[in-house]
Design a protein around this ligand. Structure first.
Ligand code: CA
Ligand code: CA
Length: 572
């Protein structure tokens, strides 16, 4: 029985329509004032990063009707001017397919602590409604977890990639299109299976992946919507299939698609994997895929599930893959740092992150073409959703920031530091509701920077020393001395002792070869006083290096010895 939603998300019950305050946010224009005495209208400049390099900058100019002022090919940025309204020019550039991002100066801009991205939710007032709590600032999910201060330390890196395994992705969304690496489609049995096509085609499942991907890494500083947690990171979108609706029961195809996608994520160059989904039953292939991705060093983050409410599934049922060892299972909090009522409780919950009424990217094509309860909140494809599906990518994005400042951290270390730096909530210490507490992005990055890996405990065992020698006829062969020539088929007679005395211990007699190193050719048992003796017939022509060796025990180190060297030569 799998009564959980395959995707841990549900739309908020109340939705607040909000007009886009783009013009208000940008209206004051760029910092270039008109020259004194100039008769013409004020000229405004906008810099734009051109897709494919500045050789395409002219085409952007002709499509947007703006004047190309100059370009910097080394970094791919071009500058455009307009005699008209600066906000209009920016909008034209942002919507042009040849532009990945733009840059401009905000009125009154100054450098300071707590980097605030130049996205709408950081520049304009707005509210989201939380069931039973009231209305809250629409960027609450970033501020409560201290992300602005964390972004002063790191905003991610294009070298740090996050695989998002989810429903579908609006790969042309203006806040996402520059953030996606090539995607892969694991929706088995469809025409797009095993292609790179991951863009949404089904309005029933379209929103979820776009929303989750935006929370990981939506573009920032582009005057669109909001930023993602790790907005200079790259998102790798992996699409899997859902049977018609996100609220359908789990089926075999879902498990199969998820398992294949997670295994591929293990082989990918992603360092973090986010799965805002789950099922209430343990599935062996899914567990194997988790173990495989872990063996590849991936940081795996998953939603804790939305099963705590009646009607959403049985309370407290573990959500897989979140409940597997080594997967960071994320519960959802609200703007007052209470637990979201749907967030699944259980010993498997590791941490909590904001997850009730969280604003993020929404498939922009859905506007006006879908039922009222699935329409975007406003014109640019942003929407507040609730679920541990939203908490998980915020934590995953933070893990990516940690991997940016400390690429050497292992997945277990990232998990440990996320937990240790979290703000404890609820019952003191780790508890089944919040796990170790609500993530704190600033403290997590500071902990990552300061982390000193504990040195492995020194080996205090003593070494065993060997004193022995061999003789053949009148020749003495002491350990560690150069080769001594002896007739082939001669017999070496060897004896010696160990220090400390190994009583009644079996030692190995070993012979060295260049190909195989030291290999056992016999054994010898020590006496009560740690003495031993053996003979060895050198039955082939060539070099013989023979030693005795001890395998070690709780008090003594494993130890070899130098060995004696004999060169067996043919008899004349
Ligand atoms: Ca943005
Ligand atoms: Ca606690």
């Amino acid at each position: 029985m799998s009564r959980n939603d395959p995707l841990a998300s549900r739309p908020p019950r109340r939705r607040r329509r909000r007009s886009l305050a783009l013009a208000a946010a940008l209206g004051a224009g760029a910092a270039l004032a008109a020259l004194p005495g100039a008769a013409s209208a004020q000229q405004s400049l906008v810099m734009a990063q051109v897709v494919g390099g500045t050789s395409n900058a002219d085409e952007v100019a002709s499509r947007t009707g703006l004047t190309l002022e100059g370009a910097i090919p080394q970094i791919g940025w071009a500058t455009y001017s307009t005699e008209g309204d600066a906000a209009t020019a920016r909008r034209r550039l942002l919507r042009d397919r040849g532009v990945s991002r733009i840059d401009f100066v905000m009125p009154g801009e100054r450098a300071g602590a707590d980097f605030l991205p130049r996205d709408i939710i950081f520049q304009s007032p707005g509210l989201v409604a939380v069931n039973g709590l009231g209305s809250f600032d629409w960027k609450w999910h970033w501020t409560i977890a201290n992300f602005p201060a964390a972004w002063d330390i790191s905003r991610g890196s294009s070298a740090v990639r996050v695989v998002v395994i989810d429903s579908e992705f609006d790969t042309e969304h203006p806040d996402l299109k520059t953030k996606f690496a090539a995607g892969r489609n694991f929706d088995s049995g469809t025409a797009d299976y095993r292609t790179g096509r991951v863009r949404a085609t089904d309005i029933n499942t379209a929103f979820h992946g776009s929303h989750v991907a935006g929370l990981v890494g939506a573009a920032s500083d582009n005057a669109e919507g909001g930023p993602g947690a790790c907005f200079d990171c790259v998102v790798i979108p992996y699409k899997i299939g859902f049977s018609g609706s996100l609220t359908n029961n789990v089926d075999e195809k879902f498990i199969r698609d998820l398992t294949e996608a997670l295994t591929a994520a293990g082989d990918s160059d992603g360092v973090v994997i986010n799965m805002s989904l789950g099922t209430s039953r343990d599935h062996a292939p899914l567990k194997a895929a988790v173990d495989y991705a872990r063996s590849k060093g991936k940081v795996i983050v998953a939603s804790a599930g939305n099963s705590q409410l009646n009607g959403q599934g049985p309370s407290g049922v573990p959500n897989y893959p979140g409940a597997y060892d080594g997967v960071i299972a994320v519960a959802a909090t609200r703007p007052d740092d209470s637990i979201a009522p749907f967030s699944t409780n259980g010993e498997f919950v590791d941490i909590a992150a904001p997850g009730d009424a969280v604003l993020s990217t929404w498939d922009s094509r859905l506007d006006g073409t879908v039922p009222a309860d699935k329409q975007p909140t406003h014109g640019i494809g942003y929407k507040a959703l609730s679920g541990t599906s939203m908490a998980s990518p915020i934590a995953a994005g933070l893990a990516a920031l940690m991997k940016t400042v400390r690429p050497d951290l292992t997945a277990d270390e990232v998990k440990l530091l996320l937990e240790q730096s979290a703000d404890d909530l609820g019952a003191v210490g780790r508890d089944p509701v919040f796990g170790s507490g609500r993530i704190n992005a600033l403290k997590a990055l500071q902990a990552a920077q300061a982390y000193v890996r504990p040195a492995p405990p020194p080996d205090t065992r003593k070494a065993v020393r060997f004193f022995y020698s061999c003789e053949q006829g009148s020749k003495d062969l002491a350990a560690g001395k150069p080769f001594v020539g002896v007739p082939v088929r001669a017999r070496l007679i060897c004896k010696g002792r160990t220090q400390p005395a190994l009583r009644k211990v079996v030692l190995e007699i070993q012979r060295y070869s260049a190909r195989g190193g030291w290999k056992r050719i016999g054994v010898v048992r020590t006496t009560n006083k740690g003495r031993f003796g053996f003979t060895r017939k050198l039955n082939t022509v060539g070099n013989w290096r023979i030693r005795v060796a001890f395998g070690g025990n709780a008090a003594l180190l494993a130890s070899g010895s130098l060995g004696v060297k004999a060169r067996a030569v043919a008899r004349r």
